[in-house]
Design a protein around this ligand. Structure first.
Ligand SMILES: *Cc1c(COP(=O)(O)O)cnc(C)c1O
Length: 449
């Protein structure tokens, strides 16, 4: 696995050689506390030295199995050969000209790849940005320019970023929005089909949730005031919620019938993560616009809005852009990352990860009594933790479980509106031995709760 790892000497193994955090990490943490704003939190209290393949090595020499991928970013690993090579070559040529001042080929190449890879065979165009939030903001700008309307519809448990507009689009108060208002106007939130927590049961969930959502849109906003409906095909920060089958097509059809731009936010679920290039392919959706970021460039900051050419062209010339958007080094990294995804068939690798992980998680769930549901697709899997005998969320047990895993050298992340979901987002290039070892640690940690 040398070609996928953080330099040829990064061994693909779990190794815990100090207490977690070790002394060097503790020293750095003291410096962080003195110089970095308190609002910038930390999941794992260790400082990274190298990372790649399926492991993250810290400054004390501990090596963690990585079930987080820097939040679904390093799907090709943290230092994939093609990403490093292409980014390095680009660094040697030039770091920046500003795409709005003097354009360069890698920007165009990324947009061509996005047109080829995203669902639908209609004419497509893209614009590139630096972060997911920026992509979502620009999708809203484009949809408003195209429709001449203002309202934006989002869903319960949705997450779209941390800028002012995207905070407004995001559902959860803590930690994303608390004390940061006032928020942007003309944002409306409607129900989503969350099968596990749908009051009348999962069987009715898709139909009832869609009916409620559509009723609220038509009665409270007016469909002809709505510029865009934005949804994550698999909801990430909301708890890896897979909307009940049938819900997304109903919503898309409603958008189409009413001239509303349907936006799939695939920033977390896109680029092979769920076992397909994009999660919306699962139900054959063809979004008008699709936002991508995270997995696109192997860890370099890049984001995109891709969509129907006639919609993307509705913003006036000079209306979209930014100093760094589509930086050439990030574009070169994206080309290397996409090349790696194709060559290693990473959608198939994501499906293989599901094949290994899901049955084991289900077996662990049967034995444990605190796992309400195992869900997700591909390498975007999660367990929802509840108090025994019911469905009451258990965020304390969830935090304790994550911490116990960290102590044993397994990096896991938590998520969810109720803080009671442990999510699994391994790099798609992780070795199967590490995957199985990670599951052993999880099982042990759960039984020790
Ligand atoms: C992470 C994320 C964003 C925001 O991306 P940033 O790069 O953090 O701004 C938006 N939407 C979804 C679905 C995300 O997961």
């Amino acid at each position: 696995m040398t070609e996928l790892s953080g330099g040829p000497t990064l061994v693909q193994e779990r190794r815990v050689v100090t207490a977690i955090p070790g002394p060097k990490s503790q020293e750095l943490m003291a410096r962080k506390q003195a110089s970095v704003a308190g609002g910038v939190g930390t999941v794992l209290p260790v400082f990274a030295r190298r990372a790649g393949g399926g492991v993250l090595e810290d400054v004390d020499g501990n090596s963690f199995i990585d079930f987080g991928s820097g939040i679904a970013v390093t799907s090709v690993g943290n230092s994939a050969e093609a990403v490093v090579r292409r980014a390095t070559e680009q660094l040697n040529d030039f770091t920046h000209t500003c795409a709005m001042v003097a354009p360069y080929e890698p920007y165009v190449q990324v947009c061509e790849e996005l047109a080829a890879l995203t669902p639908g065979d209609h004419a497509k165009k893209s614009a590139l940005f630096n972060s997911g939030a920026e992509a979502v903001e620009n999708a809203v700008k484009v949809a408003r320019a195209h429709t001449g309307r203002q309202a934006v519809v989002v869903f319960d448990h949705g997450y779209h970023g941390r800028t002012n507009l995207t905070m407004a689009l995001t559902s959860k108060n803590m930690p994303y929005k608390h004390s940061f208002g006032p928020f942007a106007p003309e944002v409306y939130r409607v129900p989503v089909a969350y099968p596990y927590r749908w009051l009348t049961g999962p069987e009715n969930c898709a139909e009832e949730a869609a009916a409620q959502a559509i009723d609220q849109i038509t009665k409270q906003i007016g469909a002809d005031n709505v510029a865009a409906i934005i949804i994550e095909p698999v909801l990430g920060e909301g708890g890896f919620i897979v909307p009940a089958k049938g819900f997304l097509p109903r919503i898309q059809q409603f958008a189409r019938d009413n001239g509303i731009v349907f936006v799939a936010d695939e920033i977390q679920s896109g680029f092979c993560r769920t076992g397909q290039w994009f999660a919306c392919e699962d139900e054959g959706l063809v979004p008008d616009l699709i936002t991508t970021a995270k997995g696109i460039a192997g860890g370099l900051p890049l984001a995109a809005v891709t969509g129907r050419a006639e919609i993307m062209d509705s913003a006036h010339s000079g209306g979209l852009g930014g100093t760094y958007g589509g930086n050439p080094v990030a574009c070169a990294a994206a080309i290397g990352s996409i090349e790696t995804m194709r060559e290693l068939d990473l959608p198939a690798k994501a499906r293989r990860i599901e094949e290994i992980m899901k049955p084991r998680l289900e077996k662990i769930a049967e034995q444990s009594g605190v796992i309400g549901e195992v869900r997700g697709r591909g390498a975007m899997l999660a367990i929802e933790l509840v108090k025994p005998g019911g469905k009451e969320p258990d965020p304390e047990a969830t935090a304790a479980l994550a911490k116990a895993c960290h102590q044993q050298g397994l990096l896991v992340l938590t998520t969810g509106t109720y803080g009671n979901v442990v999510r699994f987002l391994p790099p798609l290039v992780i070795g199967e031995d590490l995957l199985n070892e990670g599951l052993d640690i999880l099982e042990d940690a759960l039984s020790g709760l």
